[in-house]
Design a protein around this ligand. Structure first.
Ligand SMILES: [Fe+2]
Length: 254
């Protein structure tokens, strides 16, 4: 497995607080069969607009003690998770020091209340500049109907679901499963913040439902395409029937 979204650079953002904490997570990942991890600390598009050099320098400096751990597996790669609090500045678009592992792919997120049309306009700008935005965990946004996400994908963006959210009996979990069932997901990732979250949870969830081929695309082939700077493969819809009990649980827990 390959995980393209994690917060394991020690004490850089709201993720792991120390080298030891990151080391514990990386050992767990190794046991789970995760072979590559992209480290994607939070950064704002507005911060990058004024101080790309400074943010890259700070990230690389905070990464150094983790690099000294000399973890063999998983192999570590650098990136950012870019919060699009404003459209990306023209001179930041295409700067591969802020993309995922130096590829054409940029991991982006929006404020929770984002309007789908605003998101689509910003994503289209990125695609026009020959980059590929990957929208991190769109299931967090209430606005993320399959129709809105299909429009983002048609514009050229790709979609990353939280691996662990897939198993949750919540509205967020429901939205993630709806996207999978509609063939709109491209990658699953753990978004680990120094805790127990692992891509393995999502892979097991899919395998139990006879969707091993989709799990392979979501957790291995498409994340590998990111590392190798190649196009992704579309993931066939996953047939997921929500039971009556879970529907009631979701209704009762809001
Ligand atoms: Fe994240």
């Amino acid at each position: 497995m390959i995980d393209i979204h994690s917060h394991l650079i020690p004490a850089f953002d709201d993720g792991s607080r120390s080298v030891e904490q990151s080391g514990t997570v990386l050992r767990m990942f190794e046991q789970h069969g995760v072979q590559h991890v992209v480290l994607t600390p939070h950064v704002l598009a507005s911060e990058l607009a004024t101080s790309t050099e400074e943010m890259v320098r700070r990230r690389d400096a905070a990464f150094a003690p983790l690099e000294r751990l000399a973890v063999v597996t998983p192999r570590l790669h650098l990136g950012f998770e870019i919060m699009l609090d404003q459209p990306m500045a023209a001179d930041v678009i295409g700067d591969r020091r802020v993309s995922l592992a130096g590829s054409r792919y940029y991991l982006v997120e929006f404020p929770y209340t984002v309007a789908p049309q605003f998101a689509q306009a910003v994503l289209s700008d990125l695609v026009r500049a020959r980059t590929v935005p990957i929208v991190a965990h769109p299931e967090r946004y209430e606005a993320c109907s399959p129709r809105a996400v299909a429009a983002w994908r048609d514009a050229g963006a790709r979609i990353q679901l939280d691996a662990t959210t897939l198993t949750r009996v919540t509205d967020r979990g429901h939205r993630a499963r709806e996207l999978l069932a509609s063939g709109l997901a491209d990658v699953i990732a753990a978004d680990n913040h120094g805790n127990q979250r692992s891509v393995k949870t999502g892979v097991e969830y899919l395998e139990k439902r006879g969707a091993g081929a989709q799990a392979e695309l979501l957790a291995v082939a498409n994340p590998r395409a990111v590392l190798e700077d190649q196009p992704m493969t579309a993931v066939p819809p996953v047939s997921l029937k929500e039971g009556l009990v879970n529907r009631w649980k979701r209704f009762l827990t809001g």
